[in-house]
Design a protein around this ligand. Structure first.
Ligand code: SAH
Ligand code: SF4
Length: 437
């Protein structure tokens, strides 16, 4: 979870009142509640159910208003409905697909990480980041308005397995359904409403690879941008991908209003094969070609994410390769010093190195911004808190993993292409449903 490192983003005056979580959530495993979540229902589903129940069609709007305007957490809060209908509705649907939350506050109140327990015991997370207004114009108005950005998960765990990412270390759990994606947003919105504010941005940068659960993610984005439902402009949504090329091409055809972010992390294939294992299926040139077409067709700038790892991907050679790759494109690079994670031997690049890398990109004709990591003290790096709750991996496993990462990255730095096949669960994840499109 990252943010611009501008001086106005410093942390004055925030509250820390939510600090101690009242429950300690642990991953469990049991059957998922079969009742669909109300927030994720497709168009017409409520109408069809009401008709079958012999209820008037106008009840559908009352229920939708209860979900989206009132943001009800339980069917019993829908007081516009008669009690008998509430009880039928409760038997068929859930007003909330999240069973429990645990909130951890950090950065003097500016970052709130929530661990969400789902009905089958899976744990996912979202992170709410507050950015105070900063800068004043001549009329005293803020140049950058205050923002409240929620980072959400699209899957429990992730099959891609990037070695610097805590979610990658967890492996793949399951896809989230549409309501589970949207209910993360509704939970954060509830907290914002209680303080008299509202969410301004939603980014798919939590756990999981959104483009490997694209149908559900697109349904969620539609609900978020629908004025009758969440009502957040699509321009305030970012979808981040590690480079699922058929998914990017599918998005391009939809000509979307949201921003596409590509997690690049390396401009050279041998290194990217290690840092983002999906690269063995869709190499850098294909990812960037798809992103370039996307920018041309939509007129929207691509954000490239680049996690800076000391001595691995932060050399002048890397900066020059990256500049050569993106020069002339409608693109911007976000440089993110790596958040430390238990299972990797790597460290974040020094701030001098990051600044130098950014300057070299600028000289090479590519715009770049250094992002500051949010929530490090709360383990708010991608997937970190959930990973902790899954239990520390045994020491020999960590040592083995570190050894493998070191060997692979050393080979990559020598320029050797990693010819290993994709990990089995990643192979299953990318075919045939995504690759076939
Ligand atoms: N799977 C998608 C979206 C979720 S990851 C993707 O990879 O794009 C969101 C962002 O968090 C990615 O850019 C990812 O590279 C970054 N990230 C993961 N682990 C990190 C770490 N240890 N430090 C800094 N950023 C990290
Ligand atoms: Fe998955 Fe993204 Fe983490 Fe890679 S960085 S393991 S794609 S969540």
């Amino acid at each position: 979870m990252t943010e611009p490192s501008a001086p106005g983003d410093e942390l004055a005056g925030a509250t820390t009142s939510e600090r101690a979580p009242s429950v300690t959530l642990r991953a469990q495993r049991h059957a998922k509640d079969p009742r669909p979540g109300l927030s994720g229902l497709p168009d017409g589903a409520l109408e069809a159910w009401l008709a079958a129940e012999g209820q008037p069609a106008y009840r559908a709007k009352q229920i939708r208003d209860g979900v989206w305007r009132q943001n009800a957490a339980a069917v019993e809060e829908l007081l516009t409905l008669p009690a008998a209908l509430r009880s039928r509705l409760d038997a068929a649907f859930r007003a909330d697909t999240i069973a429990a939350d645990e909130v951890t506050v950090s950065d003097k109140g500016l970052t709130e990480k929530t661990l969400h327990l789902l009905s089958d015991g899976a744990l996912i997370e979202s992170v709410l980041m507050h950015y105070p207004a900063r800068g004043r114009d001549d009329a005293g108005r803020p140049v950058h308005r205050e923002r409240h950005t929620l980072c959400i998960s699209s899957q429990a765990g992730c099959a891609v397995g990037c070695p610097f990412c805590a979610t990658g270390e967890l492996g793949f759990g399951r896809d989230l359904d549409t309501a589970e994606i949207l209910d993360q947003v509704r939970h954060a919105a509830r907290r914002m409403t209680a303080r008299g504010g509202h969410l301004t941005n939603v980014v798919f940068m939590g756990m999981g690879e959104p483009l490997l659960n694209l149908d559900r993610v697109l349904e969620a984005v539609e609900a978020l941008s629908d004025p009758e439902r969440f009502g957040l402009g699509a321009r305030h949504v970012v979808i981040s991908t590690s480079g699922v090329v058929p998914g990017i091409r599918r998005l391009t055809q939809l000509n979307p209003q949201f921003t596409l972010a590509i997690s690049l992390h390396a401009a050279r294939d041998p290194l990217r094969d290690v840092l983002v294992p999906l690269n063995r299926r869709w190499p850098v040139s294909e990812v960037v070609a798809a992103a370039r077409d996307h920018a041309r067709k939509t007129g929207r700038r691509i954000s490239y994410e680049y996690v800076m790892i000391s001595g691995v991907n932060d050399t002048d050679v890397d900066a020059d390769a990256l500049a050569a790759l993106l020069r002339g494109d409608l693109a911007h690079v976000n440089l993110i010093p790596m958040n430390p994670v238990a299972h990797t031997p790597w460290q974040a690049s020094s701030s001098e190195r990051v600044t130098h890398f950014a300057a070299r990109l600028h000289d090479g004709g590519v715009g770049a911004t250094v992002r500051r990591n949010r929530g490090q003290d709360a383990g708010a790096a991608c997937g970190q808190l959930a990973a902790d709750r899954a239990g520390e991996p045994p020491a020999p496993a960590v040592a083995h993993r570190r050894d493998l990462i070191v060997r692979q990255s050393e080979a990559a730095l020598r320029g050797d292409r990693n010819v290993e096949r994709l990990p089995v669960d990643l192979e299953a994840a990318v075919s045939p449903r995504t690759a076939a499109r």
